[in-house]
Design a binder for this molecule. Structure first.
Ligand SMILES: O=P(O)(O)OC[C@H]1O[C@H](OP(=O)(O)OP(=O)(O)O)[C@H](O)[C@@H]1O
Ligand SMILES: Nc1ncnc2[nH]cnc12
Length: 176
């Protein structure tokens, strides 16, 4: 796994916004909207999320991960697969429940496009790791091989990296 250039990391970090008490009291929400709105910052972020080995598909986790995965898949010239909140995808799908920093949710992936595919999973934020773990497990259940995970921001105090230690390599562009 390649190291992230410290100056790029600082540039990206400066375009993230802290929002106290959102979406509920006690949560310090990390908002990527300023980064997405900055053309150079967005482009550099997407490129830096790219895989270190060949992949067939980029998986994006709803909803903020979609934005990153779409741009990255286009840049790489590979396909995209959505990891969606439950109830949005038509069957057949596989589904899993999980906990995240501020609640619990269910996600689904489509069955039929993942068999034998090498996949990079991207998302904006790693907090507790619940979302990424559920995503990786679902993608594997649907027949894919997840080869790498990449996020913009890792919230180190929430222990997500340690919780995902048994999964494929994880790259975070910024650590807070
Ligand atoms: O590491 P965790 O504790 O699991 O949290 C990380 C997840 O939380 C946010 O998603 P959210 O479900 O809020 O979705 P959104 O992108 O639709 O806002 C974020 O985009 C990650 O997917
Ligand atoms: N603190 C946080 N900020 C943004 N997204 C998150 N997802 C989970 N925790 C988060």
């Amino acid at each position: 796994m390649t190291q992230v250039d410290p100056s790029l990391s600082a540039r990206i970090g400066a375009l993230l916004r802290d929002v106290p008490d959102f979406p509920q009291p006690g949560i310090l929400f990390k908002d990527i909207a300023p980064l997405l709105a900055d053309a150079d910052g967005f482009a550099a972020t997407v490129t830096a999320l790219g895989p270190t080995e060949p992949v067939d598909l980029v998986a994006g986790i709803e909803a903020r991960g979609f934005v990153l995965a779409g741009a990255l898949a286009h840049e790489l010239g590979c396909g995209l697969v959505p990891v969606r909140k439950a109830g949005k995808l038509p069957p057949p799908t596989v589904r899993r429940s999980y906990d995240l920093e501020y609640g619990s949710a269910e996600i689904e992936v489509p069955v039929g496009v993942l068999e034998g595919k090498r996949v990079l999973v991207v998302d904006d934020v790693l907090a507790t790791g619940g979302t990424l773990r559920a995503s990786v497990e679902l993608l594997a259940e649907a027949g894919a091989t997840v080869v790498e995970l990449a996020v913009i921001l890792e919230i180190a105090a929430l222990g997500g990296r340690a919780a995902l230690a048994d999964l494929p390599p994880l790259r975070a562009l910024v650590t807070a």
